[in-house]
Design a protein around this ligand. Sequence first.
Ligand code: PEP
Length: 249
Amino acid sequence: MNTTHARQRLVIGNWKMNGSLAANAALLQAVRAGSEAQAGCQVAVCVPFPYLAQAQAQLSGGTVSWGAQDVSVHASGAYTGEVSAGMLNDFACRWVLVGHSERRSYHAETDEQVALKAAVALQAGLTPVVCIGETLQQQEAGETAQVISRQLGPVLALGAQSVSRMVIAYEPVWAIGTGRTATPEQAQAVHALVRQALEALGVGQVQVLYGGSVKASNAASLFAMPDIDGALVGGAALVADEFLGIVAA
Ligand code: PEP
């Protein structure tokens, strides 16, 4: 690990819709035990809603924090299937992912809704991890910078005070779950754009994570980049040794 890095390292596991009480018990125990020695890196897991109580029970009092993968923009009421920020607080969540590409594509979440979710999370004292990233088609059309700027627009419009309490995750859609990772240089180029936008707002210390097929074997080269502060990890977060290998990097 590069201890001279300006911002604290952060590795968050996104379990997506995976797990079972039995499998989680072993994974949470291994992640908790294996993360204890990694003082220089914050470690977290974002689990499916039904397993928040289990994450809280198994991780409380340790160094690994936990969170959810989505949040409703509403506080309560007739919104079947939704989960509010207040409910996440009942399970002592620290984090919530907002705008993951799977939410944007399968649930048609707009940039404005994602920003609203981030605002609602902040109001409840949660840290939103705002996910952004271009599709393969957009990348091939040379539209990456434009897409990133469009997705960030409503989020940055929440203002410096709000943005300073967020985490941004750059996840090129073409690299999520595909085994195709952005090269460190490719990722760094986009992170530099995000960093510039954050600095223009006066919030240069916000952590910017990279996500997209991060594994123990490629994490160190990604983390060597000056504007990559850690990782949002999908598939590899389900395998304790892989996930801990990323944390160790
Ligand atoms: C993700 O879903 O946030 C992700 C980065 O997935 P994977 O690591 O599996 O590409």
